[in-house]
Design a protein around this ligand. Structure first.
Ligand SMILES: [Fe+2]
Length: 238
């Protein structure tokens, strides 16, 4: 079985459309998203509509939970005061512009999806199943991966939130961070589509980078009234 994962779309409809076409071209039988559907780019409602229209199931991210419930803070971590201020503006904008239908959809997303392929249990969640805003970077110590493996009953663990893709194999477990469709932070502005093929013998993972009209997406950020800061970062993939 081959499926595609769309991590952290973050209101970027241009990137989502390109990712969807790439998943179809790659003959993915099923597509899942990993939540964080709004924020930083303006098209949270359009992203939700697209996912509904194309029956793309997925899980709830910290941004989805906090927008749905009109919380004070998105639950995102800022690296400096400017980033904190920009993040606050993005969060306020998204709460103001997300429709009632969108908020209801975001609020109802499950925190985890699990299924079994060729005897391997697959678990999808945003950051971890219990804490949706923990940054699970590749360079976390091995002990951390082992602890998480002990807490999560799955053989293939698929998550996002950091916007930086990786695969790590440890003992019998496979850890896959699917990166981000709409706001990559690994220096490559192209959308990241993670293709996973599970055969009776192997789990093959490919991080496909999909070009799309980043300029158009950046212009939409500026004309929406969101901070230009996010347009600049989108173009740089950070
Ligand atoms: Fe997130």
């Amino acid at each position: 079985m081959k499926f595609a994962i769309f991590g952290d779309i973050h209101g970027n409809i241009e990137a989502l459309k390109a990712a969807y076409n790439a998943a179809l071209s790659a003959k993915a039988e099923k597509i899942y998203h990993l939540g964080d559907l709004g924020g930083y780019s303006p098209f949270v409602n359009e992203v939700v509509d697209f996912l509904i229209e194309h029956t793309i199931e997925g899980v709830q991210g910290n941004y989805d939970e906090t927008v749905a419930h009109d919380r004070e803070h998105c639950g995102c971590k800022a690296e400096d005061p400017l980033q904190e201020e920009m993040a606050n503006q993005s969060f306020a904008w998204t709460k103001d512009h997300a429709s009632a239908k969108t908020k209801e959809f975001l609020g109802k997303l499950p925190v985890e999806i699990t299924f079994i392929v060729h005897g391997r249990k697959v678990a999808l969640f945003h950051a971890t199943p219990r804490k949706n805003n923990l940054y699970w970077y590749e360079d976390r110590p091995e002990k951390f991966f082992q602890e998480m493996a002990g807490k999560i009953d799955a053989d293939v663990l698929i998550y996002g939130h950091t916007h930086r893709p990786y695969r790590k194999d440890l003992e019998s477990k496979i850890f896959i961070n699917a990166g981000s469709v709409g706001k990559p932070k690994d220096g490559d502005p192209r959308a990241c589509v993670t293709l996973i093929e599970i055969t009776p013998d192997n789990v093959n993972v490919e991080f496909l980078r999909v070009p799309y009209d980043v300029e158009k997406a950046a212009e939409a950020i500026v004309s929406s009234g969101l901070p230009e800061y996010f347009a600049e970062r989108l173009k740089e993939g950070r």
